[in-house]
Ligand binder design. Sequence first.
Ligand code: ADP
Length: 852
Amino acid sequence: MSSVSPIQIPSRLPLLLTHEGVLLPGSTMRTSVDTVRNLQLVRSRLLKGTSLQSTILGVIPNTPDPASDTQDLPPLHRIGTAALAVQVVGSNWPKPHYTLLITGLCRFQIIQVLKEKPYPVAEVEQLDRLEEFPNTCKTREELGELSEQFYRYAVQLVEMLDMSVPAVAKLRRLLDSLPREALPDILTSIIRTSNKEKLQILDAVSLEERFKMTIPLLVRQIEGLKLLQKTRKPKQDDDKRVIAIRPIRRITHIPGTLEDEDEDEDNDDIVMLEKKIRTSSMPEQAHKVCVKEIKRLKKMPQSMPEYALTRNYLELMVELPWNKSTTDHLDIRAARILLDNDHYAMEKLKKRVLEYLAVRQLKNNLKGPILCFVGPPGVGKTSVGRSVAKTLGREFHRIALGGVCDQSDIRGHRRTYVGSMPGRIINGLKTVGVNNPVFLLDEVDKLGKSLQGDPAAALLEVLDPEQNHNFTDHYLNVAFDLSQVLFIATANTTATIPPALLDRMEIIQVPGYTQEEKVEIAHRHLIPKQLEQHGLTPQQIQIPQVTTLAIITRYTREAGVRSLDRRFGAVCRAVAVKVAEGQHKEARLGRSDVTEGEGCREHVLEDAKPESISDTADLALPPEMPILIDFHALKDILGPPLYEMEVSERLNQPGVAIGLAWTPLGGKIMFVEASRMDGEGQLTLTGQLGDIMKESAHLAISWLRSNAKKYHLTNAFGSFDLLDNTDIHLHFPAGAVTKDGPSAGVTIVTCLASLFSGRLVRSDVAMTGEITLRGLVLPVGGIKDKVLAAHRAGLKQVIIPQRNEKDLEEIPSNVRQDLNFVPASCLDEVLNAAFDGGFAAKARPGLIDSKL
Ligand code: ADP
């Protein structure tokens, strides 16, 4: 008997709970990990641990891990096997799981469980392979006899197998080289034994007992082989091979999990899969690949990681809608009605969408441009996309591209990777189950870039009508025809869309809404939708238009209607509570009361004013219906107003002016502030400005310095050299947001003119425009969004560059009526409009006197 080198396992072991298969010391098995505690164990011990010790686990057999970690641990099997994790293979698809390759080291017994979360850890006692080995049997002689007997049976069994198979020959050699004490465990895991028998062997801590229990198992296997050889004499060679292969599969793969039933089930699945491949309508090339893959699959052992990979692949291939499509039933008149019903305003967008659909109706196979809706969030870009699908009678699928920075997100991973999966396009097709859906590529402007390739480049192939009829996903590795898919893209700004991608798309701008449009959208669409979602009826809640307007102006400041929608959600929730409480109270009031009461209430409803929600709060009786949402109720529900008209407060000292800025989220008003102090002519700029904006500031100062005399602008010491012994600080609030662009030029000039003249800028004026050194005002972009922002903020006058006057046509007439536009071609005109009583260049008599 050769001596065993002692193995000392740690006294605390993390426990891996298994219920399929039993790992015995000296053997290796693969086990699948997909429950919460086991996953945690793999992640924190095996994937993060760096020492050899962290790869030692306690494998507890016959104990299923509960599906969630909030459930208590089931009673643990008393004896387990300390195991070394040799390999971890992970996959995220179809759900996160790992496959572990573990090798059993020795038995242990749980003394006490130390913790259960995030994974169980126990204090353990090592049971075998201790230095004093074996100390449980009576005498060495007796064990010697037992072990000799066992060895003989083992040799007999192995020699009945086909020695030409390398694994069998190796096994024969192992019988001689391995210590005898290790043989019962190893042979039990090789021969055909049930899980129950393996568990008994594991529980047999005493070596004598173990030998005694394993010998009958060996004898049984030998007898079985003899019988088999007798009955199939003619094909003896083949049989040997079959028998030989079987135990060998068990050596390398999960012993015990390959129960006959499972195998049969799997075989059935494969037959089904094969049948599906045969009957599927996939193109010839794809069909060929599938046939080849299924042939490989049939030869593969099931516990190989590649088996699951290939099977998933084939399942995807048969599920894909190669030839399945919905029929378009497009009626332009119906489409117009549907678009109008679903969306208020956005005329330009609806018009272009209808044109697009009309051309599609006339020419079926349209290789037209991809539509790209560009506008601030919450203006209905996605919902128009959904309506397009509805009008065409097509399936709709949204692919969110925000933050995608890996091209395999679009084009899939090659199948050589473990955990590889198809890209979002192919996945989307699988989800919708037809090959002509409407795909909404949401937020194409937020595609990222990384070392894993440029997803925008991958999108080019998807969107190009010349190429996309044979789009090849890396995972599929065969071409899929995307030409029937209708792609619509959305973005907040075109600035960050890669130019090549932009080139393939037709941009349709969707500007923000005016307050009046928002009120209409709220009453036609948002409120009814929210009522339905909260189970309320118009008989229970009444939101007058003034309340809506108050929510728009005081609780939201956005170009779209998304947070407005959320506010209505909050209102509806609060009312739902009141209504539900009311029903409860009504029920408590008793039957007779209620019937009487109902008669009376009908009268009340007719002429009494409905009560506000705040008034009803403390009433013992149920609230009067409908519950009216007035301004008080609004304050109760939404809290104090978030936005007040702060404009006049901020403009009460010189050196402040209101500019208009364009952002991807819509237009915004921006307060530009300036102050001066003693110094050496330095200009400090704060507020995260880009280069162009810094240049505008320098331009503004230079222009003012050169015109200081003309406008009688002086520094604190009365000098026309404005920077003489003076520092200037310009600040653009919301310092965390990066700002750039030339359009703040006029605002900076006005703000500095106010600072140096000591006069206040009019508090109801906002402005935008680029400046030149000579004092001209140049046109800028985003006029509509900017004007809407000024209107939202309650301003009255907007100074715009004269050459932008044509853009005013886009602005809804009610906004145009509310605002006074001052087109300016030079800074003179800007300053005149920005200050009460003008800012004319005038020679002050006193000054001239002194000069004379
Ligand atoms: P986006 O994609 O532009 O960010 P969404 O399409 O998600 O915005 O729109 C947000 C919500 O606002 C949706 O519930 C949508 O129905 C509603 N909505 C936006 N604009 C309109 C409109 N013009 N008419 C009706 N509902 C609208």
